[in-house]
Design a protein around this ligand. Sequence first.
Ligand code: CP
Length: 327
Amino acid sequence: MNPPEILKSGVSGPAKVQSPEANRPRHLLSIAELSSDDIIRLLDSARSFAEVSKRPVKKVPALRGKTIVNMFIEPSTRTRMSFELAAKRLSADVVSFTPSGSSLSKGESLKDTAKTIVAMGVDAVVIRHSSAGAPKLLTEWVDCSVINAGDGMHEHPTQALLDLFTMRERLGRLEGLKVAIVGDIDHSRVARSNILALNKVGARVLLVAPRSLLPDRVEEMGVEVTGSIDEALRWCDVLYLLRIQLERVSESRFPSLREYTLQYGLTQTRWSRLKRKPLVMHPGPMNRGVEIASVVADEVEPVITGQVAAGVAVRMAVLYELLGGST
Ligand code: CP
């Protein structure tokens, strides 16, 4: 029996024959798997999508008919909301899964939960999880695209893409750019993804942290290291501040938060002394008074909210590339 007209897909013309490769879901799990050309293509595409968010009607039909599930098993404001807005601006249907109130809280495994959700006809799952490697595991369980929205201390690829987008839009280039990343590098998936991405596009990276907050084998990461934020401030074009992740780090890694601020914080004194001020960036959420003085945070706020706005455009580019765009 033929399906009623209303249930037909809306695709007209003869069916196209596609290779099995073309039908396989595509994922974004880490920056490590992208080439510099991939990164630049996504940033170029994000620039086009940024324009959509400035229109009176902030919507294009690019992913009409696609269904995306946001599965945030760890807290998030920026990433969760911007993925949701990105999906909606591309006209996809988007559903948010929240662990509390779900059967995860009754003991259902992540695997069974994911399979249950995807059985309802889902094209992509965006997942944040406290365990490194959870998005990769998901790709083995479900037959749809998987996007890593931050997995433990491993990677946060879309954060790095939006950061590079912001640097390129504000400073006009990435190659040769001098970027100092300050703070808790060891626990930071944001730092890991940014270091990989910046290295790929030819930027230089200087890490600024006490030894106790640097990862093992840091010398193999293609970066330089210093213990002096003042030296970094004299050198860099971009000062990228990280949050001390109090949920992942015990204060025993440094004497006290006050001590950390004095040694590594962007204090008002340091900021006001600078003749040439770098672009100050932060992935959020900020700990005002710890890694950045509150008055400095207010001054650089347009850049930091610009990062958030870039997040929507970059995530539109990622969703479009995986679900509807180029191969
Ligand atoms: N930068 C970032 O990942 O922020 P959220 O935790 O609010 O998503």
